[in-house]
Write a protein that binds this ligand. Structure first.
Ligand code: AMP
Length: 196
């Protein structure tokens, strides 16, 4: 079991309309900091992303932002992080996020959040990484998405073993404990770097 030292969080670059979502992002950032876990995220200062990073920093946590040059140039980046990595492309960003983090967690967000979550989950299914991928289901936000995931599983497009690789919890502390205790399931074969 790899020790859990850093968690990559995907979440909205917008604040959303329900204040509970921003509260959950702040709460999650603070919990990561108190547990001594490095937050790895997309490096923005706005929305839930900014709330998450600010809360982690306020609680003395270490925060690594990984942002593509184009977004950095648009001044959406957070300038007060422990570490900021400016990369050339979105693909490079996701690869670096996957390299730097020991686990992935999605909080409420939009299309960008889902795209990142689904890529992390797909990479786990393919054996590109063996890290836990999770959803923090704040006030049932992810219920429609999880219903779709279950629908895909019942329809035979997602294997039951792969469905189980997507961890879901509505309690932040319990989720973090599950990430720390995660044992990757046996897969047929892990891909070599050349095959990825
Ligand atoms: P969305 O959920 O569509 O707001 O997209 C949020 C996710 O996509 C985050 O986890 C980021 O990694 C990435 N992203 C989207 N917009 C931005 C932005 N303005 N600055 C940095 N990252 C962003």
């Amino acid at each position: 079991m790899t020790p859990l030292r850093s968690v990559c969080v995907f979440c909205g670059s917008s604040p959303g309309v329900d204040g509970r979502h921003a509260d959950a992002a702040r709460d999650f950032g603070a919990r990561l900091a108190r547990r001594g876990l490095t937050l790895v995220y997309g490096g923005a200062r706005r929305g839930l992303m900014g709330a998450l990073a600010d809360a982690a920093l306020e609680d003395g946590g270490r925060v690594t932002g990984i942002i593509p040059r184009g977004l950095w140039a648009r001044e959406v980046g957070h300038t007060g992080l422990s570490e900021l990595l400016v990369v050339d492309t979105m693909h490079e960003r996701k690869a670096l996020m996957a390299e730097r983090a020991d686990a992935f967690v999605a909080l409420p967000g939009g299309a960008g959040t889902l795209e990142e979550l689904f890529e992390a989950w797909t990479w786990a299914m393919l054996g590109i990484h063996a890290k836990p991928v999770a959803v923090l289901d704040v006030d049932g936000f992810f219920a429609p998405l999880l219903a779709m995931v279950d629908h895909m599983t019942e329809a035979g497009f997602v294997r039951a073993a792969h469905r189980q690789m997507l961890l879901v919890d509505d309690d932040a502390d319990r989720l973090l404990a599950r990430l720390a205790a995660y044992e990757p399931p046996a897969v047929e074969r892990w891909l070599t770097p050349d095959e990825q």
